[in-house]
Design a protein around this ligand. Sequence first.
Ligand SMILES: [Zn+2]
Ligand SMILES: [Zn+2]
Length: 334
Amino acid sequence: MKCLMFEELGKLRATETTDPTYPVWIRVEATGICGTDLKSVYVGHKYFKPPTVLGHEFYGQICKAPENFPLKKGTWVVAAPYYECGECPTCKAGKGDLCQNKNYVEAGSFAEYVGVPENYMDGLFVLPEKKDTADYDVYALTEPLACVINGTSRLETIPGYSKVLIVGGGPMGALFALYYASKGIDAAIVEPNDQRAAKLRSWGISTVKQDQVQKGEYDNIVIAVNIASLVEAYLPLVRQGGTLLVFSGLPKGEMLSVDAGAIHYSEVSVKGCSGFALSHFKEAFETISGNEKRFRQMITHRFDFEHGQEAFDMLKAGKAFKILIGADIGRKEA
Ligand SMILES: [Zn+2]
Ligand SMILES: [Zn+2]
């Protein structure tokens, strides 16, 4: 089958790879490029080493399944790239995102097909019927939104009191703001790039400059950029009793020095999160179903495998929000 292969650091190529071996096949319509994919390609990632096929934010159609499989061929689905076992002590404690015994799809989705096990039904969500298949595109945002919803579950937002500040207006920061907007909660983004900030404002998101942020103005601050010094810089600004969420990935061993007084006297919490649990994926799916138009604005480009390198380079340069890649979706700017 066709795929976009991550060949070596910084390099991707449209080529062929082996077909899935799992019994249920999903024909991938498109996959969103994730921050983790970007990091794997340009910086390197300990779990995703080349040569390999990346990609996990995908949707498509069931195209092959055993006879007794509950979904018919042709059914449009979005698949969680993984989900928790549901049975270990961690899962029983309600911390499914930390489960060490997860179920996974077979391989990366920058490919024509992704295989899933026969007992993967909990991880498959049937998409609402569409006249135009292009309209399914917004469901590529389900996985990143699930990660964002995991993040929002760490924050207490009190109507009429809470104000959320998101540091970083990349795709994840924008998803945080759109999610809060869909819930009627006041949220603003710090984004130094003027072009990006203007785009965010065109979607109804408020933006602020870092030097305009007043101490105590926001009770929840989300760090959606993988720069440790931002954690240190923003912690003293969190309103008393509030929370600072370390959302973007920071490497193991990286040290933070934080103001002890903020934590003790101002009762500010520092929390982190990574990935999602199935409940977050389900909520993301439902949130998108009810707000397709709002979320679709984020998809700015579509590329086929032949233009995969261009897509990654463009995202790295900060010239796009969410880019979708698919075998047959051509090359389009939204
Ligand atoms: Zn992702
Ligand atoms: Zn588990």
